[in-house]
Design a protein around this ligand. Structure first.
Ligand SMILES: [Zn+2]
Length: 126
C-alpha cells in the first residue's frame, strides 16, 4: 500500500483525540473491523455501508482548511450549523469520519511496526 500527500499531513500529525462516548467510537470501529474503510489516494477515503443499514458509499476527505469532512446527511447538516456559528468544529463529525480516524490510526501504527521491524528492533519478550 502506498500513501501520498495525505501521509505527510495526517501521518505526521499526532493521533486524533478520541472525544465522546465509547459507544459511538465502537460503532465507528465496526466499519474498520468489517473492512469497509478504503483509502483511495489523494487524501480521500470511501466508507462502504454496513450490510442491512443502507446502500450508500460515503466519501470522507481531508483538506487543510476543514480537516476531515464527510458527504453523509448528518455531517453536511452539522457543517451548515457550524458555518452559521451554531456548532463548534469539534461537534461536526459522524461515524464515517470517526471510522477514518481509527483507520488512519491503525495505518500509522502498522507503519510504525514496519519501521521498527526494518530497523531491527527486537522486543525482549517477543
Ligand atoms: Zn458521515
Amino acid at each position: 500500500m502506498s500513501l501520498d500527500p495525505f501521509e505527510s499531513v495526517m501521518w505526521g500529525a499526532k493521533l486524533p483525540d478520541f472525544k465522546g462516548s465509547p459507544s459511538i467510537w465502537a460503532k465507528a470501529k465496526a466499519f474498520v473491523d468489517l473492512g469497509l474503510v478504503e483509502y483511495m489516494g489523494n487524501s480521500q477515503f470511501v466508507v462502504h455501508p454496513k450490510q442491512g443499514y443502507n446502500v450508500t458509499d460515503y466519501c470522507v476527505r481531508y483538506s487543510k482548511g476543514l480537516g476531515l469532512t464527510c458527504t453523509c446527511q448528518g455531517f453536511v447538516t452539522k457543517l451548515r450549523k457550524f458555518t452559521r456559528g451554531e456548532l463548534d468544529r469539534d461537534e461536526v463529525t459522524c461515524s464515517h469520519v470517526r471510522a477514518v480516524k481509527i483507520f488512519a490510526g491503525n495505518l500509522q501504527h502498522e507503519k510504525k511496526l514496519e519501521r521498527e521491524k526494518k530497523a531491527g528492533v527486537v522486543f525482549a519478550n517477543a
